[in-house]
Design a protein around this ligand. Structure first.
Ligand SMILES: [Zn+2]
Ligand SMILES: [Zn+2]
Length: 270
């Protein structure tokens, strides 16, 4: 398996990932809150079905006011399912990349999981996972599209189109302290063992979950792009956040793992 070991000393607590950035893990997926200098804040991703109240209770610990918006890395069920409930409760908008829109407007389902790609228990259970379509209705707004964009609600951050895991997957990067919120562009835990990963699995860099990644070559290019940011802090959708000067080198190693085709999903992109 293509993984890059990370020393435990590079794991950072979810409550203080970087200045103004904290996270909450619900079951096996993370959401993040980003505080801004004017005390407004933004929620990144919106978790599993029926987790809206857990997310709301968490945010009350550090801010009594609702966020200024919800931004989605992508529309998979484990990142977008509570978005509509939260947006209705808080009366705000949800932003995503235009290429995710069909999956978030109830128009299209994501491709069926690729069982041949392997992935342990998560893969075996994956037929049970909802693939959408999620319908965010008139709450949904779209980022401006290809390449790098910005949004007034997320000052100081760039929104990078990092497709492959899904067509409209995005990552968020703050150049001031080189903090990267990576969504599912890569994981810091074994994709096959998300359920036990957070507690018992050592931190490791991995490709995104192969059985849900629709375009592995695009996913490789996206990890390459992210490796060139020289991120000092990375906060993934699955696994623990990490901080370390060697993270860019390790991300480049992860790109080479794609190049070597050591992933179980190699033939799919041929
Ligand atoms: Zn995903
Ligand atoms: Zn995910």
């Amino acid at each position: 398996m293509n993984c890059i070991s990370i020393p435990d000393s590079e794991v950072v607590p979810m409550d203080e990932i970087a200045a103004g950035v904290r996270g909450l893990r619900i079951a096996f997926v993370n959401v993040f809150a980003i505080m801004h200098p004017d005390r407004s804040w933004t929620l990144i991703d919106a978790g599993l079905p029926f987790t809206a109240s857990a997310i709301q209770n968490w945010t009350k610990k550090f801010n009594e006011t609702p966020p200024n918006s919800i931004l989605l890395t992508h529309g998979h069920f484990d990142h977008a399912s509570a978005a509509r409930d939260l947006a209705d409760a808080w009366n705000l908008l949800i932003y995503a990349h235009p290429l995710e829109a069909p999956y978030l407007k109830g128009q299209k389902e994501y491709p069926a999981p690729n069982f041949a790609a392997g992935g342990g228990a998560m893969s075996l259970l994956s037929p049970l996972y909802p693939r959408g379509p999620v319908d965010l209705g008139n709450r949904l707004r779209l980022f401006s599209g290809e390449g790098i964009s910005t949004l007034a609600e997320l000052p100081g951050w760039e929104i990078l189109h990092t497709p492959g895991h899904t067509p409209g997957h995005v990552s968020f990067f703050r150049s001031r302290d080189r903090c990267l919120i990576a969504g599912d562009a890569f994981c810091t835990t074994k994709p096959g063992s998300f359920f036990e990963a957070a507690i018992t699995q050592p931190p490791e860099l991995h490709e995104p979950p192969a059985y849900f990644t629709s375009d592995r070559e695009a996913a490789r290019k996206s990890v390459q792009l992210l490796s060139e940011l020289n991120a000092m802090v990375v906060a993934p959708g699955h696994g623990q956040p990490l901080r370390g000067a060697s993270l860019p080198i390790k991300l480049r190693q992860l790109v080479r793992c794609f190049d070597e085709g050591s992933g179980p999903d190699k033939k799919k992109t041929a």
